[in-house]
Design a protein around this ligand. Structure first.
Ligand SMILES: *Cc1c(COP(=O)(O)O)cnc(C)c1O
Length: 385
């Protein structure tokens, strides 16, 4: 057994990030200024030139994206039950109604073949989530988008380096929201970025993210000290800061290397799990998986006990794990507010019942990964039926 506890997640931050953040602080422009603009330009370059706005979080990005697209009371937005609360909360904050569609039992992603049945006269948007970094079937979703004139807002919190049909997530013509939260593949502590293809929507998103100030006012610091601004909307305070962006610029430079480590560990897991009573994550052809998570599923028919037992046993062997996600419709608030009950989305529930997310992050060594595999083999062999 490992001598020390292997945490479920740890950010890959080193002296370069410390130096960059320290430099940002010493520049005296600690909130949004030049460093954030540079981070946006570099993110744009990473994403084949799309328009990018850096924000305080992915949640903030999805919220202003919905509002900028005119989505509000009376409108419906289709999303998945297999996600974090943020994806549904932003729809509620916009005043619209979330409509959940069950998942593909292999990937845990929204099943596009089930979406069309739920499109009605009030449907305005689809908000798919690239679960774990495995892209959703964007061809099918974009076909529905074009046929029914819908907006697609991709929750790409897990998908900064994902590819769909060889092109990166964020470059498929939709509004796309990335998260730079502490646990995500690229982190700024807290933070996010929004890709917005339509310049008019971008302008609105930009204003909404900073109190509704007009573009010229938003630029007023650069404008030879002009003090004048106008408020055009009741906006929010969702900007990124230069302290965050300084960390983000270093993380973006490291991203390919960090992704290489994630891929290597995921491959090691998939190989090492052979013969155990588990289903490793399914990867469809034509996608590049970002391996934000390694969501394996237990073969519950083959073992005694349930997922919680296995998590407890792994913890006793010094291996930290997590679960993604508790389906939306199982939380008390959404049950009360939207009338959901147990049984409404059986495929999401089945995925959830057997899911364990293994530790997976760039600072893990091969030895760490092998410790995870050995602990799993031991725990599961004790529980074999
Ligand atoms: C982390 C996460 C978010 C929220 O990201 P923030 O940057 O913390 O707002 C949204 N959706 C999913 C699926 C996430 O995992």
């Amino acid at each position: 057994m490992r001598a020390t506890f292997l945490p479920f997640n740890q950010p890959d931050l080193g002296p370069e990030e410390v130096e960059a953040v320290s430099h940002a602080i010493q520049s005296h422009w600690i909130t949004r200024a030049g460093i954030t603009t540079e981070f946006e330009a570099e993110l744009s370059q990473y994403l084949d030139g799309v328009s990018v706005l850096a924000l305080s979080s992915c949640t903030a990005g999805m919220h202003v994206a919905l509002l900028a697209c005119g989505i509000g009371p009376g409108d419906e937005v289709i999303t998945t039950p297999y996600t974090f609360a943020a994806s549904v909360n932003v729809i509620l904050h916009a005043g619209a109604t979330p409509v959940l569609v069950d998942v593909d039992p292999q990937t845990g992603n929204i099943d596009p073949s089930r979406i069309e049945d739920r499109i009605g006269p009030h449907t305005k948007a689809i908000l798919p989530v690239h679960f774990a970094g495995h892209p959703v079937d964007l061809a099918a979703i974009n076909t529905l988008r074009d046929h029914y004139h819908l907006t697609v807002i991709e929750d790409a919190a897990h998908a900064i380096a994902s590819r769909y049909r060889s092109r990166k997530i964020g470059t498929h013509g939709n509004i796309t929201a990335f998260s730079f939260y502490a646990t995500k593949n690229l982190t700024t502590g807290e933070g996010g970025a929004l890709v917005v293809p339509d310049p008019e929507v971008m302008e609105k998103v930009r204003m909404l993210s900073l109190h509704g100030m007009s573009r010229n006012a938003w630029n007023r610091y650069a404008d030879q000290g002009s003090w004048f601004y106008t408020i055009e909307l009741a906006g929010f305070k969702y900007n990124m800061t230069d302290i965050q962006a300084a960390m983000g610029r270093v993380q973006l430079k490291k991203l390919d290397a960090m992704q290489g480590r994630r891929q290597a560990i995921a491959a090691r897991f998939t190989e090492g799990l052979k013969g155990l009573p588990v289903f490793p994550p399914h990867v469809q052809p034509n996608v590049g998986h970002a391996w934000h998570l390694y969501p394996l599923r237990l073969d519950l028919d083959a073992i005694e006990g349930d997922r919680a037992d296995v998590i407890r046993d792994l913890k006793a062997l010094n291996i930290g794990t997590s679960v993604h996600f508790i389906p939306i419709h199982l939380h008390p608030y959404y049950q009360k507010q939207l009338g959901y009950q147990v049984g409404d989305f059986p495929l999401a529930e089945k995925f959830y019942a057997s899911e364990i997310s293994l530790p997976l992050y760039p600072t893990m060594t091969d030895r760490d990964a092998d410790d995870v595999l050995e602990a799993l083999a031991e725990v599961l062999s004790r529980r074999l039926r």
